[in-house]
Design a protein around this ligand. Structure first.
Ligand SMILES: NC(=O)c1ccc[n+]([C@@H]2O[C@H](COP(=O)([O-])OP(=O)(O)OC[C@H]3O[C@@H](n4cnc5c(N)ncnc54)[C@H](OP(=O)(O)O)[C@@H]3O)[C@@H](O)[C@H]2O)c1
Length: 292
């Protein structure tokens, strides 16, 4: 069984979740190694060393960077057509480096035929980790609550084909807190946790909450699938990425993101933040939302 005194390899520490998680570990005097692509952007934290690898696909670099780490916290890579290959390379590198435990940040409902197409990457990564011969824990996150204000378009409208489906969005800070709890306590091997907020809401309800919090007119428009692809064409993103964006709304519509889990509370000892509380605590989150 893995113990709470490992040297922990933390990936993604230049990002939102990884930096918050690493900060929490440092506050608990945990020894960690931050494995980053750009050491100049790594957070400067007590008890943390920094190692460079050019990316998850850099197997030799990852193996060298993770040598000595008995636990690895793997943040999923940015969306890419070869994301699963990058992840499997990173997992194999961690195992080759001697890691005994991998904690992977996955996605709720991860399955081979996820409605949310990018969720399939998480399923394939989970499967690879299961077969890697190490202890594992999967933290399946919902959509990020902190992204919801950025869904509002310049005209004050959230557009997407989500119908009146609900999502149990979770704050990235709560994801980090749950991750830190798993890394610093025992009993999580072979467990899959769902990281969600305290309740599930529709995008119309989210728009109403943001209207009240900002004093601006914010609404939700339920796009048809054709409208959803057409309205995102202007970004010039690759097809797999646009499909990923649109299918995240389909997953909401299908109810696949609506389940509320108590796992954040069970892991951290406190309730995750609700959207209403988040908007109250971070009024700046709505600064970029236009006057509607
Ligand atoms: N649940 C959701 O709603 C949601 C939304 C968007 C993304 N995600 C996923 O959740 C992950 C973590 O979220 P976040 O908010 O912390 O993202 P973030 O702020 O973009 O940070 C991502 C971190 O992962 C690193 N990274 C990305 N691709 C990598 C690769 N191929 N090899 C090595 N390192 C790589 C980045 O390094 P650099 O700083 O060098 O780029 C950064 O440190 C994202 O990477 C994405 O897979 C989830």
């Amino acid at each position: 069984m893995s113990t709470a005194v490992d040297l922990i390899g933390v990936t993604g520490a230049t990002g939102a979740v990884g930096s918050r998680l690493a900060t929490r570990l440092a506050e608990q005097d945990v020894q960690q190694r931050l494995v980053v692509r750009d050491p100049a952007r790594a957070p400067d934290l007590r008890g943390a060393s920094v190692a460079h690898a050019s990316g998850y696909g850099d197997g030799e670099g990852m193996r060298a960077a993770l040598t000595g780490c008995s636990t690895v916290f793997l943040i999923p890579a940015a969306e890419a057509p070869d994301r699963v290959d990058q992840h499997t390379t990173a997992v194999d590198a961690a195992v080759a480096a001697g890691a005994a435990r991998i904690v992977y940040l996955s996605f709720v409902g991860a399955s081979a035929d996820n409605t949310f197409t990018l969720g399939r990457d998480h399923w394939h990564t989970e499967q690879h980790i299961r077969s890697a011969g190490v202890a594992w824990t999967f933290l399946r996150m919902n959509l990020y609550m902190d992204f919801i204000p950025s869904m509002v378009g310049p005209d004050g409208v959230i557009r997407g084909p989500a119908g009146d489906g609900r999502l149990a969005a979770v704050l990235r800070d709560d994801v980090a807190a749950a991750g830190a709890a798993v890394l610093t306590s025992d009993g999580h091997d072979g467990k899959t946790y769902e990281l969600t907020g305290p309740d599930a809401f529709s995008l119309a309800e989210a728009a109403a909450l943001m209207s009240r919090a900002s004093g601006r007119a914010i609404s939700y428009y339920d796009e048809t699938d054709e409208e959803a692809f057409a309205s995102r064409a202007k970004f010039g993103a690759p097809e797999f990425e646009v499909r990923g964006w649109v299918s995240s709304y389909w997953a909401i519509r299908a109810g696949e993101l609506s389940r509320v889990s108590r796992d954040v509370r069970a892991l951290t000892g406190r309730d995750p933040m609700s959207l209403e509380a988040y908007l109250r605590a971070e009024p700046g989150a709505l600064h970029d939302v236009p006057v509607g």
